[in-house]
Design a protein around this ligand. Structure first.
Ligand code: ZN
Length: 308
């Protein structure tokens, strides 16, 4: 079974430290500080690690950051996420070059190649850095906001408002719908050619997770479900989702694909998948379909189901 990406918890979030600005300031400039760095949606890597400290590298990167977020303690070392989005791109538009040996990577691609603690910390950092970048103004009065509590709150500077804003997490359900020996898979138009996965959708205000599973399945495919059971969850910071995984049993309805949302949806038996699907994680040139990549909650639930 593939390991669930972004779902380990190496960090002590040390929330009490967020309200101790003097201590945070000293940790930030101390010799033990580790930094996870972002330039727009790319993360900085060195030697296949994402947490940088070497020499005074962390301190110099800190100086260049437009947002700094305290993520917590990793084996008692403070970890900060840095937004380096103000660094200028190279003349050809490529990401800014940092020191020799450092490269930029996209988290969905590099996540599975990193040590689990690095990929989980990057997922946390990416979500928070993106939130700061997109919430510099107050959603209530339009005034400017300022980072507080180590970057876990933004407070409106307009004195008649003063609203506090917190990082958002968008709940999404992802569901493995089975009918006996068949599983319901779909394709979205934006996906790479050949990739199939289980259904998913955002939870709407006023819904339970179970309602969202049943509604999304019916809206997208016309299939009715019950026996909805929680399996696991996975942070998915692209930009701010939490994928909440369920299994569900099809009880009726007729497969009618919502072509506004999906490219296709079909039932596949275990034998169909064993015989017809490639083991590759991307199109392998054979023209055969393949399943969502290892590390995703979709793939974890599919692997569990395929084993019966
Ligand atoms: Zn305000």
């Amino acid at each position: 079974m593939s390991q669930l990406l972004f779902a380990t918890t190496p960090l002590d979030r040390a929330a009490a430290l967020r309200r101790d600005p003097v201590r945070l300031q000293s940790l930030r400039h101390g010799p033990d500080a580790l930094v996870a760095c972002f330039w727009h949606d790319l993360a900085l890597l060195r030697d296949d690690r994402a947490l940088l400290a070497h020499g005074n590298e962390a301190a110099r990167l800190m100086e260049l950051a437009s947002h700094v977020v305290f993520l917590g303690l990793l084996e008692n070392r403070p970890v900060f996420a840095l937004d380096l989005g103000k660094m200028a791109a190279e003349a050809d538009g490529s990401p800014p070059q940092w020191e020799a040996g450092a490269v930029w990577g996209e988290l969905r691609a590099i996540g599975p190649t990193l040590p689990p603690e690095d990929s989980t910390i990057l997922a946390t950092g990416r979500a928070l850095v993106n939130w700061h970048r997109t919430h510099t103004f107050c959603g209530r009065c339009g005034g400017p906001t300022e980072s507080r509590e180590g970057g876990h709150v933004r407070t409106c500077l307009d004195q008649s408002c003063g609203a506090s804003h917190y990082p958002r997490t968008d709940n999404a359900v992802i569901m493995l719908v089975a009918d006996g020996d068949k599983v319901l898979l779909h394709r979205q138009p934006s996906w790479p050619t050949g990739m199939w996965s289980i259904l998913a959708g955002f939870v709407e205000p006023g819904e339970t997770f179970e309602h969202a599973v049943a509604r999304e399945t019916y809206e997208e495919t016309g299939i009715l479900v019950d026996d909805i059971r929680y399996v696991a969850s996975q942070p998915w910071p692209f930009p701010a989702s939490l994928m909440v995984g369920f299994t569900a049993r099809a009880t009726g309805g007729e497969l009618v694909v919502d072509r506004h949302e999906l490219e296709d949806a079909r039932w596949f038996s275990r034998a169909d998948i064993a015989a017809g699907f490639s083991d590759a994680h991307r199109a392998d040139g054979s023209g055969r379909p393949y399943l969502a990549r290892p590390g995703s909650i979709a793939r974890m639930m599919l692997d569990q189901w395929l084993r019966g």
